[in-house]
Design a protein around this ligand. Structure first.
Ligand SMILES: Cc1cc2nc3c(=O)[nH]c(=O)nc-3n(C[C@H](O)[C@H](O)[C@H](O)COP(=O)(O)OP(=O)(O)OC[C@H]3O[C@@H](n4cnc5c(N)ncnc54)[C@H](O)[C@@H]3O)c2cc1C
Length: 409
């Protein structure tokens, strides 16, 4: 019989959220074992994840504490302004910071993030990764959790953290109640090189057919200006756009961008993601905690999904590290209840706000558009409201875990 390998926690799912959590725990002396069926070499290959993420400034502060920001040096493009418009009407609402001020966020290609996290894990002796590996059996008992892998290896810990993304099978098997719906929209994503500089400005343009975002990236090694795009179209139109050749697709992109960035050229494979909303009523159960997309999934309209997951990471790490210092069992129900109280409401509020925004901007017709423009204009004219939205974009609102304030736990 194989020996049982023990750690402080088990993490099922080694995506961006699961790996960051393992690093945050290791930094504070807690060991973890990550299990994921994905091949780690495949997950950092160029065509695997073509997305880029807007990392809020609070999340970036956590990356600094965890040593991830150093590994991303030169790859992050600061966002100094966000311009929001209804149907491409310029200058309706803009959030602008001065170049000396802290950025609203940083754009990073997910592949760069994955490479930085993998390098961080390679230097973290308290993290053991089982990737690719399948779980053959899962026992969640009164005193701990044991995972038996397909090759017979047994892993045990007092707590199982589920970071398996949207379709998490462990979450579903554990009986968590999930509310969810489809937006019947697809997001087409990719990156373009363009003739005009982006000036570190992110553009969010709401068309009746769906939002269109242009997000600044760092120039490439040839000095070409680059931006990521997230272009949302209805489910029925998605396949048609997917069939367009690169030239036709680029012409459509330029049309939507309205000349903001000049002429464009695709520089990364295009990918399409179906968009939906889901939210778990609870994020903890006996000896189990959910983090990231396993707990909640939102529309990418405001670029908050990964940030929400990384806020889960910061809060759960703080709860567990403090619990360990008090000598508590890390699967203790009171500890998990603290995590639930801390993250349950915040993630629900952000999720619902994002859902409302998606619906509001999806209503067709001139009256709806006039109401939206009035709303954008009102925010533009009210500094207090504007600052509130800027704090939200920076991820600095609410009861911030220490890591997100740039401090050790
Ligand atoms: C088009 C688009 C644009 C986006 N843009 C942004 C943005 O700008 N900013 C932002 O904050 N967020 C953004 N998001 C959201 C963000 O990408 C997700 O919230 C984030 O990737 C979730 O990370 P995760 O680690 O929780 O899940 P995932 O990335 O889905 O990782 C889950 C991991 O679990 C593994 N797994 C699956 N099943 C099992 C199993 N049975 N056992 C063990 N492991 C398993 C998978 O192999 C994977 O490695 C965007 C999303 C989309 C679709």
């Amino acid at each position: 019989m194989n020996e049982t390998l023990r750690s402080d926690v088990l993490i099922s799912g080694g995506g961006l959220v699961g790996q960051t959590l393992a690093l945050a725990l290791a930094r504070h002396g807690l060991s973890s074992q990550i299990v994921d069926p994905a091949d780690p070499v495949a997950t950092i290959a160029p065509g695997f994840d073509g997305r880029a993420s807007a990392i809020a400034s609070a999340t970036w502060q956590m990356f600094e504490v965890l040593g991830i920001a150093d590994r991303l040096a030169g790859h992050g493009c600061p966002i100094h302004a966000i311009k929001v418009s209804d149907g491409g009407q310029a200058g309706e609402l803009d959030f602008v910071t001065s170049p000396e001020d802290r950025a609203l966020g940083t754009m990073i290609e997910n592949r760069r993030l994955r490479i930085a996290l993998a390098a961080g894990l390679a230097d973290a002796p308290l993290v053991r990764s089982f990737m690719p590996a399948e779980v053959a059996n899962r026992e969640i008992g009164a005193h701990g959790v044991t995972l038996t892998l397909a090759d017979g290896t047994r892993l045990a810990a007092p707590l199982l953290i589920v970071a398996e993304g949207r379709r998490s099978p462990t979450r579903d098997a554990a009986g968590f109640t999930i509310a969810g719906w489809s937006y019947h929209h697809h997001a087409m994503i990719g990156a373009v090189a363009h003739s005009k500089p982006h000036g570190s400005v992110a553009h969010e343009i709401f068309f009746p057919s769906g939002p269109f975002a242009l997000l600044p990236l760092v120039d490439d090694e040839r000095g070409r200006h680059r931006s990521a795009f997230v272009w949302t179209v209805s489910e029925k139109d998605g396949p048609g756009f997917a069939k367009l050749g690169d030239r036709g697709f680029t012409a459509e992109l330029e049309k939507r961008a309205g000349g903001l960035l000049g002429t464009m050229e695709l520089v990364a494979p295009r990918m399409t993601y179906p968009l939906g909303f889901h939210h778990s009523a609870s994020i903890v159960a006996d000896r189990v905690a959910l983090v990231g997309d396993a707990a909640h999934g939102i529309h990418p309209i405001a670029g908050q999904g990964l940030n929400l997951g990384l806020r889960d990471v910061a809060a759960l790490a703080e709860v567990l590290v403090e619990g360990a210092r008090l000598g508590l069992d890390l699967g203790d129900a009171a500890l998990l209840a603290r995590y639930q109280r801390w993250r349950g409401l915040d993630s629900l509020m952000v999720s619902l706000a994002t859902d409302s925004l998606t619906r509001l901007f999806g209503i067709p017709g001139r009256t709806a558009s006039a109401v939206r423009r009035a709303g954008l204009g009102a925010v533009q004219r009210l500094p207090a409201l504007k600052n509130f939205f800027m704090d939200e974009a920076r991820g600095e609102a609410g009861d911030l875990p220490r890591l997100l304030a740039g401090a050790e736990i």
